[in-house]
Ligand binder design. Structure first.
Ligand code: G5P
Ligand code: MG
Length: 225
C-alpha cells in the first residue's frame, strides 16, 4: 500500500477551463495530469473495445457509463507513473464515480488534497466552446477569440491543421451543459464541506484564473508548496 503525495481533481462545466488550468497546476505542483476526455478520445481513435463502446455517448454529448469510465480511470491511477499523485480532469462526473474514487483513495491510505471547482456562466461556456480549436495530433488547445494560434489555423508547435471537436457543435454543446447540470454539478455539494475545496471564479482571463488557483493552493500549503 502506498500513500500518494498529492491528489487533486478539477471540476467544472464544459469549457470552464479544466484542461487549460490543469496543465498549469500540474506543472507547478509536479503532479501528472489525467485528462479523462482525452483518454476517451484516444481510445476511440485507437478503436479499442472501450473506445467502440464509448464513442456513441461522447459524440452525443452524453456521459460514458459509470462502469466503463470507473474501470479505465482507476486502472490508469494504479500505474507506477501515478504513484506520487495525480490531477484528475473530468473525473469524477457522477456521484457513483466520486464514491469509487474515495474507496480507491482509502485503499491506498491517501486522500484528496484539493478539489478545484471552476465556475463559469453558461454564456461564457458556449462562447468558449464554439471558438475552441484543437490540434488533432498533440492535443494543444486554442481559442479563436482569446488564444489564437500564431499562424491562421495551424498548431504553433507541430503545424498540423487545427480542428473543431465534434462535440463542440452547437446542439451538442447544449446537451453537454444539460448533462453537466444534471449529473456533475451536484458533486459541488458532495465536496464543498471539505477543507481542500477551492471555489474559483473561472470566468476571467486565463492567467488571472491560474493565479487565483495557485494562490489558493499556496494559502493552504499542501502538496509541498
Ligand atoms: P471532456 O473532454 O472532459 P468537458 O465537456 O468536460 O469535456 P472540455 O470541453 O474539455 O470539458 P475544459 O477542459 O473545461 O472543457 O475547457 P478547456 O478546453 O480548457 O477550455 C475551453 C476553451 O476556453 C479553450 O478554447 C481555452 O483556450 C479557453 N479557456 C480555457 N481556460 C480559460 C480561462 O481561464 N479564461 C479564458 N478567457 N479562456 C479560457 O470530456 C468529453 C467527453 O468524454 C466523456 C463524456 O462523453 C464527455 O462529454 N467523458 C466522461 N464520461 C463519463 N464520465 C467521465 N468521468 C468522463 N470523462 C470524459
Ligand atoms: Mg478538457
Amino acid at each position: 500500500m502506498t500513500s500518494r503525495r498529492c491528489n487533486l481533481i478539477i471540476l467544472g462545466a464544459p469549457g470552464a477551463g479544466k484542461g487549460t488550468q490543469a496543465q498549469v497546476v500540474s506543472k507547478q505542483l509536479g503532479v501528472p495530469h489525467v485528462d479523462c476526455g482525452r483518454v476517451v478520445r484516444s481510445e476511440v481513435a485507437e478503436k479499442t473495445e472501450f473506445g467502440a463502446k464509448a464513442e456513441g455517448y461522447m459524440v452525443q454529448g452524453k456521459l460514458v457509463p459509470d462502469d466503463l469510465m470507473i474501470g479505465i480511470v482507476l486502472k490508469r491511477l494504479n500505474r507506477p507513473d501515478y504513484k506520487d499523485g495525480f490531477l484528475l480532469d473530468g473525473f469524477p462526473r457522477t456521484l457513483d464515480q466520486a464514491v469509487k474514487l474515495d474507496e480507491f483513495l482509502d485503499d491506498s491510505a491517501s486522500r484528496l488534497d484539493y478539489v478545484i471547482s471552476l465556475g463559469i456562466s453558461e454564456e461564457t461556456a458556449v462562447r468558449r466552446l464554439s471558438s475552441r480549436r484543437v490540434c488533432p495530433v498533440d492535443g494543444r488547445v486554442y481559442n479563436l477569440l482569446t488564444a489564437p494560434p500564431g499562424n491562421e489555423d495551424t498548431c504553433d508547435v507541430c503545424q498540423n491543421k487545427l480542428v473543431q471537436r465534434p462535440d463542440d457543435m452547437p446542439g451538442t454543446i447544449i446537451e453537454r451543459l444539460k448533462v453537466y447540470h444534471e449529473e456533475t454539478a451536484p458533486l459541488i455539494e458532495y465536496y464543498k464541506s471539505g477543507d481542500g475545496f477551492l471555489d474559483i471564479d473561472g470566468g476571467g482571463e486565463t492567467d488571472v484564473v491560474s493565479e487565483s488557483i495557485m494562490s489558493a493552493i499556496r494559502e493552504r500549503g499542501r502538496c509541498g508548496i
